[in-house]
Write a protein that binds this ligand. Sequence first.
Ligand code: 5RP
Length: 231
Amino acid sequence: MSLEWIEDAKRRAALEAVKNVKDGFIIGLGSGSTVAYAIKEIGRMVREENLHVLGIPTSYQSFLLAVESGIPVTTLYEHPEIDLTIDGADQIDLNLNLIKGMGGALTREKIIAAASKRLIIIVDERKLTDKLGRGQPVPVEVLPFAEPLSAREIRKIGGKPFLRVTKGGAPYITDNGNFILDVDFEVIEDPYELNRKLKMIPGVVETGLFLGMAHTVYVGTKTDVKRIEKE
Ligand code: 5RP
């Protein structure tokens, strides 16, 4: 089956989400290929429509794209409260709980999401699921010093951790200088309990479980965009 619709679906979801951006907003800029469409569109509005916003990027990738697109950037120190964050996701369940982090930016993404009055998620419809974890590992950022211990403790709570590596075989390093364990938990029945257990493990910096954080999701389908609101 042709996958050409996917890029269109991502772009459509991004363009719908950007309609929520208002003049004067502090905007959290998520990471990944779907958000890249949103960042480019916000940049176009800054350059061509005299939109005044400040962006707080969640990764070096987003920082560079924001600068290249003409979005002035700021930091949480200057603006601890963010009006709106637009970000992608790797999986979304029926309660708008998310798995994020396949792009490696989960820790900064969670910090920016937590600092935001509103979190909008943009995805194509392949990311929807009835249960988190089905065919999708949970990325967990860990301190390199602690990785053997963190991986062992993760196995004890039922996960199968795989150290993320680059194409050359070296450990993948996050923007924070840490490692990522991609952990297979199979189907996750209670994501809140799993997140609590993971965060108790020494060396775990952050998990890719984003629970109760998303307010609105725009889902690009083969033909249109669906908007889902948190109940
Ligand atoms: C990065 C993320 C991304 O939002 C997620 O991986 C989705 O990326 P894409 O839009 O490229 O599918 O969590 O850490």
